[in-house]
Design a protein around this ligand. Structure first.
Ligand SMILES: N[C@@H](CCC(=O)N[C@@H](CS)C(=O)NCC(=O)O)C(=O)O
Length: 216
């Protein structure tokens, strides 16, 4: 029997990252594509050899699909997206555009936004990445003012990922960008996101209860 798609995440995280742990990208993709899945956990803060064998940086998420083992949220959602035309166009042009915008989300926006966010969180006096980030977000604002969807004229995995990258609270609070705001709202209003998000919150709330019962 084919092993069910299994999404791996942490057993618990503090309140701050809840709703943003990247297993959500995989859950969301599965919800959009109608792929059944289960969620399993590794302990936070202790990346043992089993975890490192699955995710060489000791991070989450990672994925099992049958005999396949994958890490990197981008690679995982691209693999899952291939299963459904609902998120990955089948025509050459639409598929290429979709891949292009997936890479853009990871390599042109998140490559800047995550280090910027990290410097903000550390309370650095001056964030030298601000001008770089502003430039990238200004381009996104223009792009999102010109089109409803990033690729293929419809919702794809590229919108899922770009919205997930842009929805980070600190980014949204950074400057007035109505097009990006409307885009994030529209994409995250989708029932698939709402379910994935609620499920992740419930997963970590259940972990709170288990920890209280265990007295930890
Ligand atoms: N590039 C990786 C980044 C994964 C990542 O940052 N995971 C976070 C949780 S959302 C994590 O495991 N943080 C703990 C750590 O970096 O040690 C991906 O997209 O999968």
């Amino acid at each position: 029997m084919t092993e069910q798609v299994t999404i791996w995440t942490f057993d618990w995280v503090p309140d701050g990252p809840r709703g943003f742990v990247r297993d959500l990208r995989l859950r969301w993709l599965c919800e959009e594509a109608g792929i059944p899945y289960i969620v399993r956990t590794v302990p936070i803060g202790e990346s043992g050899p089993d975890h490192l064998a699955r995710q060489p940086f000791g991070q989450v998420p990672f994925l099992n699909d049958g005999g396949l083992e994958l890490f990197e949220s981008g690679a995982c959602i691209l693999h899952l997206a291939e299963k459904s035309a609902a998120v990955m166009p089948r025509d050459v042009q639409g598929r290429a555009e979709t891949l292009q915008w997936v890479i853009a989300a990871l390599n042109s926006i998140e490559m800047v936004s995550v280090p910027w966010w990290f410097l903000e969180m550390t309370g650095a006096k001056e964030n030298h990445l601000t001008a770089w980030l502003e430039s990238r977000l200004a381009h996104m604002e223009r792009i999102l003012g010109e089109r409803e969807w990033l690729a293929a004229g419809r919702f794809t995995v590229a919108d899922l990922l770009m919205a997930d990258v842009l929805r980070v609270s600190k980014l949204r609070a950074f400057g007035d960008r109505p097009m990006a705001e409307a885009y994030v709202k529209r994409i995250t209003d989708r029932p698939a996101f709402q379910k994935a998000h609620a499920d992740q919150i419930a997963h970590f709330e259940a972990a709170d209860v288990a920890r209280r019962q265990a007295g930890t």
